[in-house]
Design a protein around this ligand. Structure first.
Ligand code: NAI
Length: 357
């Protein structure tokens, strides 16, 4: 029996987490849930969105299934999503984007995996506020040393890209492609403009690609990648991107296969793994039984595979695919022909498929 930390989160989190727990329990996968509050309910109970015992539980169990958590604005608390990635060194974000039959889309068959570097780039938080003393010093220094002009009314964010983090994520993408028998890895970059950050990213990846000759490799500019995704997404297979491009392109890919309601994800490190849907806490629909639980249930499918339970994962995925193909129980985001189904009704339909099969 595997013990997994379950973090319901806030907003629609508790609704989709409960749905996922029911679906996984119906598979009889032998998961013991170690439930911990984070986000808004934890602020109420413990005065912090990420109490120490949540991290301790993940460190003990090694695996967590997490609902979305609202990023508090203007409260002094940092994003718990960023904190978890940093504390657990979850350097790889993986978002499989697969089009299931019955899901409305402009395309017929799609199966793309976006691998995103999770620790550096413009998301590292190295920022200088417009008008600050620190920025005035930086402006003076850059002007003195390099003659770089920065406008007086500018704010500045810094983009570090290291060989170490690039190696980790590019090797991860190639290893993932090999293990999952994928055709090729496409690396996105903008090396022609950012020569010392994206240039280093590209150069490091090209060298590593020589060690993975059994997997196809191509490097293309990220703007061209966006064009291909809109035009012929079937051409793409595994895509590896630095943090910011990965954030944008993975949402684009989620949109190609039915939107955030069906887009699962996982954050992996060398030791720990956190599985969570791509979507956020959706405060606009929270508590109304309108949330699509499928993104989080598919995240649990990824978790079961990670736990070495492929038969359980396949059963759960088949049940989800069955309900999507049938098309009778669809939440509003999937544009049903008739009245939208509630979160619990979609879950009931998935559990019924599992009980029947
Ligand atoms: P969001 O993903 O919560 O919502 C965007 C739109 O998609 C909304 O219209 C929402 O109703 C819809 N939507 C999202 N999930 C859905 C589902 N399962 N079923 C049906 N419709 C769904 O993004 P937003 O509004 O930008 O962020 C809300 C909060 O969530 C913010 O505080 C943000 O920081 C946080 N967030 C947390 C994440 C996490 O915990 N991993 C990830 C992304 C955002």
């Amino acid at each position: 029996m595997a013990k997994v930390t379950l973090i319901p989160g806030d907003g629609i989190g508790p609704e989709v987490a409960e749905a996922t727990r029911r679906a996984v329990d119906a598979v009889d996968a032998g998961i013991e849930w170690d439930v911990h509050e984070a986000g808004a309910p934890a602020i109420e109970s413990y005065g912090t969105p990420l109490p120490d015992h949540v991290l301790e539980s993940i460190k003990t169990n090694k695996v967590a299934l997490k609902g979305p958590v609202t990023t508090p604005v203007g409260t002094g608390f940092r994003s718990i999503n960023v904190a978890l990635r940093q504390e657990l060194d979850l350097y790889a974000s993986v978002r499989p984007c697969r089009l299931y039959a019955g899901v409305p889309s402009r395309f017929e068959a799609l199966d793309i995996v976006v691998v995103r570097e999770n620790t550096e780039d413009l998301y590292e938080g190295i920022e200088f506020e417009r008008g600050s003393k620190e920025l005035a010093k930086l402006r003076g220094y850059l002007n003195y040393v390099h003659g770089f002009p920065i406008a007086k009314d500018a704010g500045v964010s810094v983009k570090p890209i290291s060989i170490t983090a690039t190696r980790d994520i590019v090797c991860f993408a190639f290893d993932y492609a090999k293990e999952h028998r994928r055709r090729k890895v496409t690396l996105g970059h903008k090396a022609n403009i950012m020569r010392f950050s994206d240039g280093l990213w590209l150069e490091t990846a090209e060298k590593l690609a020589e060690d993975y000759r059994d997997v196809g490799f191509e490097a293309i500019q990220v703007d061209e990648l966006a064009m291909w995704l809109a035009w012929h997404p079937q051409e793409l297979d595994v895509i590896v991107l630095s943090n910011l491009y990965g954030d944008i392109i993975s949402d684009l890919c989620a949109g190609l296969v039915g939107g955030l309601g069906v887009a699962p994800g996982m954050n992996l490190g060398h030791e720990y793994a956190v599985f969570e849907p791509t979507h956020g806490s959706a405060p606009d629909i929270a508590g109304q039984q309108m949330a699509n639980p499928i993104a989080m249930i598919l995240s649990a499918v990824l978790m079961l595979r990670h736990l070495g339970q492929p038969a359980d994962a396949d059963r759960l995925e088949r049940a989800v695919a069955g309900v999507l193909a049938e098309g009778k129980h669809r939440t509003a985001d999937l544009r049903p022909a008739g009245p939208p189904a509630k979160t619990d009704e979609v879950t009931d339909a998935i559990v019924a498929q599992l009980d029947a099969g």
